[in-house]
Design a protein around this ligand. Structure first.
Ligand code: BG6
Length: 481
């Protein structure tokens, strides 16, 4: 379904995010017929480039990151004809009038105007001020900002306040690309579109929930940023927190932006203060040909964590007493993101102790190979009496849906939602602040104690202490090994 005509200005249009994600995502939507001929994509950055030079940059980005679709030269040329470029000085005056003139020449009077801040948060305020002063925005314009949205509660509040000077909250789209992933949205469909799960979705029937987002990649040339962030700021405060919200929230009355975000906010606010012994920090060491984290970032004394495992609780009626275990890290044995909901034992086993312990598990595989598996207990076939065995009721989306399962990339979905004016999958100011309010004291505690992360071998399952934390509770991590 084509979206309304739009002008999307990518500020930081020559940067890595534009090259890897934003341009390929737009191109794929163009190929899918969602962008009309009157749409424009305007790159704006410091570099002095002609339109033609920027189009070459775009072509190169598509060749590298848009896969087979970029092989069709006519389509690429069609897309590039919508592309423009203006050189701007984010902190000075240069280029802003030209950008304003260009945006003013819109081909379609009612085109949606969106500004993607693909730059560090230190520039948000300067850019917002200039957009306003040079008459680029009005009350219908939208701005898109990326993480990191601050590095603690104070800086996030400051950023929110800066943006609020120029834009209404309804115009601000804070991206957490995990919310654009198809299976993440499916969490809501599974929970609230089926009668089967919701009645059991509480502390009475669920033993615990695990969320793992494991990566096999290291810091990939982002050492400087990562050293200041660590896994807590890079992944837990945003992506894992969002997954936790979708798993734990109450059913919203409607699937509309504020109804959903109100419920997510309540989850974050219900998070209990975490005990220091319920967190394991790790840092990878050299193994299997991979450099150590410290070598990767060029800091022999680094105390930054590349791995986190933690146990937390929600202080509310639905979840009292049910632990949530969260785990994420880099240079782990393989890429594997999944959520496992482990149900409680049946109240009484009619088959006696020899039948063993069997529990239903619902596994939601986010990546790779999106799908959902429900583990059910059945009789082991054969004449050997009533022996029980757990088997998966499997639903691979690829098998069940065929080509329809080829989900668009998260950025494709999210950018189109910006144009549609749908904020459901974007973080609201209070959500971001609440997430920092929870992570801040944890990080400050490590800093105060000079906490040193536990070493783990690159391409392993993380530090032993993470396994021990689970074992102490009589449980095991699922997935990654
Ligand atoms: C980003 C983090 O937000 O998410 C990266 O900054 C991480 O460190 C990435 O690698 C993971 O995203 P995905 O979509 O590859 O799981």
């Amino acid at each position: 379904i084509p979206v309304q005509a739009f002008d999307l200005v990518v500020i930081g249009g020559t940067g890595d995010l534009a090259r890897r994600k934003i341009l390929p995502a737009l191109y794929k939507r163009f190929c899918a017929g969602q962008m009309s001929e009157t749409c424009r994509l305007i790159g704006a950055a410091r570099r002095d480039l002609s339109n033609e030079a920027y189009r070459s940059f775009v072509r190169e980005a598509l060749r590298e990151f848009a896969g087979e679709l970029a092989l069709d030269e006519d389509t690429v040329a069609g897309f590039c004809s919508l592309v423009h470029y203006v050189s701007i000085d984010a902190r000075g005056e240069g280029g802003w009038q030209s950008l304003s003139d260009l945006v003013g020449q819109t081909a379609s009077e009612d085109a949606v105007r969106a500004f993607y801040f693909s730059v560090g948060p230190g520039l948000f305020s300067d850019i917002a001020e200039r957009l306003k002063r040079f008459g680029l925005t009005d009350e219908d314009s939208r701005v898109v900002v990326e993480k990191p949205f601050g590095r603690d509660l104070e800086s996030a509040r400051a950023l929110n306040a800066q943006l609020a000077q120029y834009f209404d909250e309804s115009q601000i789209y804070r991206i957490d690309h995990y919310l654009g992933k198809e299976t993440v949205q499916n969490l809501m469909a599974v929970r609230f579109g089926n009668m089967l799960f919701e009645p059991l979705w509480n502390a009475q029937y669920i033993d615990h929930i695990q969320i793992t987002v494991a990566e096999s990649v290291g810091v990939e040339g982002r050492g400087e940023y990562y050293e200041r962030a660590g896994a807590m700021r890079d992944m837990v405060q945003n992506h894992l927190m969002q997954l936790l919200c979708l798993i734990a929230m109450e059913p919203p009355a409607h699937f509309d932006p504020d109804a959903v975000r109100d419920e997510k906010l309540k989850v974050i606010r219900a998070l209990d203060v975490i005990q220091p012994h319920h967190i394991v920090r790790g840092q990878y060491t050299a193994s299997e040909g991979a450099l150590s984290y410290r070598e990767d970032v060029g800091n022999e004394r680094s105390k930054t964590e590349s791995f986190i495992a933690l146990k937390c609780h929600l202080n509310n009626w639905r979840w009292a007493g049910t632990p949530f275990y969260l785990r994420t890290g880099k240079r782990l044995s393989h890429r594997d993101s999944e959520i496992t909901v482990v149900f409680k034992d049946t109240p009484h086993s009619i088959f006696g102790p020899e039948a063993g312990r069997h529990r239903n598990e619902l596994t939601i595989q986010l990546q790779p190979n999106e799908g959902i598996t429900l583990g059910v207990t059945i009789k082991e076939p054969g004449p050997g009496g009533m022996r029980l065995v757990d088997v998966p009721l499997d639903m691979s989306f690829a098998e069940a849906l065929g080509p329809a399962a080829d989900a668009p990339d998260a950025y494709e979905r999210l950018i189109m939602d910006v144009i549609r004016g749908n904020q459901t999958l974007f973080m609201r100011n209070d959500e971001v602040e609440a997430a920092w309010a929870w992570t801040d004291p944890i990080i400050r505690g490590w800093e105060a104690r000079g906490d040193v992360p536990k070493p783990y071998d690159a391409y392993s399952a993380g530090p032993d202490d993470a396994t021990l934390m689970m074992r102490r509770d009589g449980r095991d991590w699922k997935g990654l090994s």
